[in-house]
Design a binder for this molecule. Structure first.
Ligand code: PLP
Length: 393
């Protein structure tokens, strides 16, 4: 088990955590253990309760975030396990632009009477805490649950948000929510654990869609939860065994292999994202650019304080709505038009095409910047924008 607080840099931790002990003749990489069951009497019994291949990936993500990690079948499996630990009826305050799957899960549980939730603009700290205060004072707290995770309500944050890349003040919101008796979860998928570590800013639980930047190659579905609270970790381990939302051994092995290069991939992609964002601002066929690294972004100072880079995601709006945005996508030849993010290859999509994303500007394109040469990415983007706007440059 790795120390919760390590001073070693994330780049080094990502390379070294989760390896087997260095005995002469032993492999430097964890084995891919394809076995559902284990000889009786040892530390593993049945693979739904624990598989040695998961543990390398868990050691790496836990070490980077500064807590202990459990891996799940997908980001949604991780998120569901956390929500499932709430006493009934749960009370949740959630980012209005949280991941659509998270919002759909909460809406589904709310329709079935399991919890109630309110949505907030996470960038507006005072407003978020005012709503938290109302929720914390609502009568009808679940009885017999005092002191358990989420009994006083739960604040569910994302930062940067998807796809408008708003920045929440994680430290102030965590302190404020704790003062009201609430617990705090941060979905840290967009920043990744090398970009920011919410547990170190006061959050109780971090969740990841490790499908994205952590594994980094668009070839697995996998999720993770990290916490420093032992009772929460053990409840989550119980949920994982009971619900069976376990990752495959191959998936966790691939995720660990991908995460070895996390820092390299992310620093390249974040640098390219900054370059593309600044050029997009100058392009006549772009009306607005959303990137926390731009000085004009309302969350820029906050992002500078709590993140080690400004992330790999850039969103921008073209005039002419959905139709023009689709034409930009059609005119691209290098950047792949597909959903998801965080792979080595750049991806772009018109986010408003999804149900539940009607609040997003119709002409908004969300780009996940990969590790290609940024000049090649810019040539492709600028020729597509020029072609659609008819401004031959
Ligand atoms: C993709 C994503 C999820 C869901 O993860 P899956 O691995 O697809 O289940 C959750 N949160 C965020 C921010 C995401 O981008």
């Amino acid at each position: 088990m790795q120390p919760a607080e390590s001073r070693t840099s994330p780049a080094t931790l990502a390379v070294h955590l989760g390896r087997p002990p260095g005995e002469p003749g032993s492999p430097v990489n964890p084995a891919l253990v394809l076995s559902s069951t284990f000889h009786q009497g040892g530390s593993h019994a049945y693979s739904r309760d624990g598989n040695p291949t998961w543990e390398g990936f868990e050691a790496l993500v836990g070490g980077l975030e500064g807590g202990r990690c459990l891996t799940f079948a997908s980001g949604m499996a991780a998120i569901s396990a956390v929500v499932e630990t709430l006493p009934v009826p749960g009370r949740v305050v959630v980012a209005a632009d949280a991941y659509s799957g998270t919002r759909r899960l909460l809406a589904d549980l709310s329709q079935r009477g399991r919890l109630r939730f309110r949505t907030v603009d996470v960038a507006a700290t005072d407003e978020v805490l005012a709503v938290c205060s109302e929720v914390a004072q609502t009568p009808g707290r679940p009885s017999g649950a005092e002191g358990t995770f989420g009994a006083g309500g739960l604040l569910w944050l994302e930062s940067p948000t998807n796809p408008l890349l708003a920045i929440a003040d994680v430290e102030a919101l965590s302190a404020g929510a704790h003062g009201l008796g609430m617990d705090v979860v941060v979905d840290n998928t967009f920043a990744s654990p090398v970009g920011q570590q919410p547990l170190r800013m006061g959050a109780d639980v971090v969740v990841h869609s490790a499908t994205k930047i952590l594994s980094g190659h668009s070839d697995v579905l996998i999720g993770a939860v990290v916490t420093r609270r032992d009772e929460v970790l053990s409840q989550l381990a119980t949920r994982r065994s009971l619900h069976g939302a376990t990752p495959g051994a191959l998936e966790s092995w691939l995720a660990l292999r991908g995460a070895r290069t996390l820092q390299l991939r992310q620093s390249r992609s974040a640098m390219s994202a900054g370059l593309l964002a600044r050029r997009l601002v100058e392009h006549p066929a772009v009306v607005k650019v959303y990137y926390p690294g731009l000085e004009t972004h309302p969350g820029h100072a906050r992002a500078r304080r709590q993140m080690s880079d400004f992330g790999i995601m850039v969103s921008f709006e073209v005039p002419g709505g959905a139709e023009a945005a689709d034409r930009v996508c059609d005119a691209l030849s290098l950047v792949c038009v597909a959903t998801s993010l965080g792979g080595v290859e750049s991806l772009i999509e018109r986010r408003g095409r999804w149900a539940g994303e009607e609040a997003i500007p119709a002409g908004l394109l969300r780009m996940s910047v990969g590790i290609e040469d940024p000049e090649d990415l810019w040539s492709d983007l600028s020729q597509a924008l020029d072609a659609v706007s008819g401004s031959a440059r």
